[in-house]
Design a protein around this ligand. Structure first.
Ligand code: PLP
Length: 432
């Protein structure tokens, strides 16, 4: 009945997640509340791992893109599942360290790593720096030299692949703030430069073509372009790069309009293309990394809110006000992202009332969804917004001094807090 496997309806007509009654969760932990289903997260990670085993002789590893949702428990799960992490800031490195994550399995991304972050990452023994630009390359080489370290690096390459996704979250083309362009020769010059430096070792090439992508074709094309580039590097510079990172971007189901392909199909198709291209060029088959973020946690998460008011504007629309909004889910305000909203108190009733879900911030644009169908909404009902596990908590803010919600992890009918709700004291914690 629901797009996400972890959701169901119980005998009270309430929405359940991971076997827990969401109305009871709202009562016990308060709202707004993020809820994550652990089984969904682990199963998704395992499907990526098994796809490497099945189609690529196990010669690869997923790195969880922690920007989708970074907290200690997610790092622990990634560690237990034997995958790596992709981090983009000192804060995400710190979170991984605090969780006891094996730092050699961490890739450090970002288009403007600061000197402090680079030092911190080197000191923390981060496994790989995904270098974005020449300035960073030289800075990293200098700092690594001062610290007597040889840093393993990757280059972020813009393969020029145009994936079908929302404009704001498209990053593969030349006009992107990320990485080195292939077409202009910039990437090749950067490789030449890296090979001359003493304190970096170029091990990998990386590309990330966008996010919320449903087609496998652009991934295959990007992989082929990258292998062609590796072949050019080998033939013209004599250097063999043994690892290829194909980034993340696998689409998930937000509404019934979305049709994600099984994640397995990705490695099935990509591995065939990679092997064929390598054979064509006489290149060794590279170790492959992928960096799923959204797909690991997105569908595993929901957000629960309590309805506080309903405003019917005749011939215009009906606003339903919830006790959260853009502070815990900014994606509608930012990209008009579609979401499925369920009346968790009446999950067995037909969704036949058209409403606009409004947050509580002092912004007219603070909406979570417009003109969406929900079952008979009344004050006090618990609403669930589905597929909010990714880029919701991680993008949350304290606008209007609203404390960030807690995150509760559910599994087989049991629940536990993995991130506490912020208090008012937390809000003034750094005020002097
Ligand atoms: C955002 C990002 C990811 C994760 O993307 P998803 O769409 O969440 O899978 C992976 N790698 C890089 C470099 C990214 O910027």
């Amino acid at each position: 009945m629901f797009v996400n496997d972890c959701l169901n309806t119980n005998e009270k007509g309430h929405l359940t997640i991971g076997g827990c009654d969401t109305v009871e969760l709202a009562k016990e932990y308060g709202t707004p509340l993020y809820v994550l289903d652990e089984t969904t997260i682990r199963n998704t990670i395992r499907s990526y791992v098994s796809s490497f085993n099945k189609f690529y002789d196990g010669n690869g590893m997923p790195l969880y893109a922690s920007k989708a949702l970074s907290c200690k428990e997610l790092c622990r799960i990634a560690k237990e599942e034997n995958i790596g992490l992709d981090v983009v800031s000192g804060g995400e490195i710190y979170t991984a360290l605090q969780a006891g994550f094996p730092m050699e399995k961490v890739h450090f991304h970002g288009n403007n790593k600061t000197e402090d972050e680079i030092r911190f990452a080197l000191k923390s023994k981060v496994g790989k720096f995904v270098v974005d630009n020449l300035y960073e390359l030289e800075l990293l080489n200098k700092i690594a030299g001062e610290m007597n370290i040889k840093a393993d690096i990757s280059f972020r390459i813009k393969p020029g692949v145009d994936a079908h996704t929302h404009n704001f979250i498209r990053t593969g083309q030349i006009d992107s703030k990320f990485g080195f362009a292939l077409e202009t020769g910039e990437a090749f010059e950067a490789v030449k430069e890296a090979l001359k430096l003493d304190n970096v070792c170029l091990k990998e090439l990386h590309c990330h073509i966008g996010s919320q992508i449903f087609d496998i074709e652009p991934f295959v094309t990007a992989a082929e372009i990258m292998i062609d580039f590796m072949a050019k590097i080998k033939s013209e510079l004599g250097a063999v790069i043994s690892e290829l990172n194909l980034g993340g971007g696998f689409g998930i189901m937000y509404t019934s309009d979305d049709e994600p392909v099984p994640y397995e199909n990705y490695m099935d198709k990509v591995s065939v293309a990679v092997k064929a291209k390598c054979a064509e060029h006489g290149l060794p088959v590279p170790f492959i990394y992928i960096e799923p973020g959204r797909s690991v946690v997105g569908e595993a998460g929901i957000t629960l809110y309590t309805v506080g008011g309903k405003k019917e504007i005749p011939n215009v629309r009906t606003y339903v006000s919830i006790d959260g909004g853009m502070t815990d889910n900014i994606r509608y305000a930012l990209y008009q992202s579609a979401y499925t909203v369920v009346n968790a108190s009446k999950a067995d009733k037909p969704a036949d009332e058209i409403v606009t879900i409004a947050g509580k911030c002092c912004e007219s644009g603070d909406l979570v969804q417009e003109h969406t169908k929900v079952a008979d909404v009344q004050v006090g009902d618990i609403l669930a917004v589905l597929s909010t596990g990714a880029y919701n908590y991680s993008m949350a803010s304290n606008y209007n001094r609203i404390p960030r919600p807690a995150i509760v992890m559910v599994k087989d009918g049991k629940s536990r807090v993995i991130v506490k709700r912020e208090s008012y004291e937390d809000i003034v914690r750094n005020d002097v």
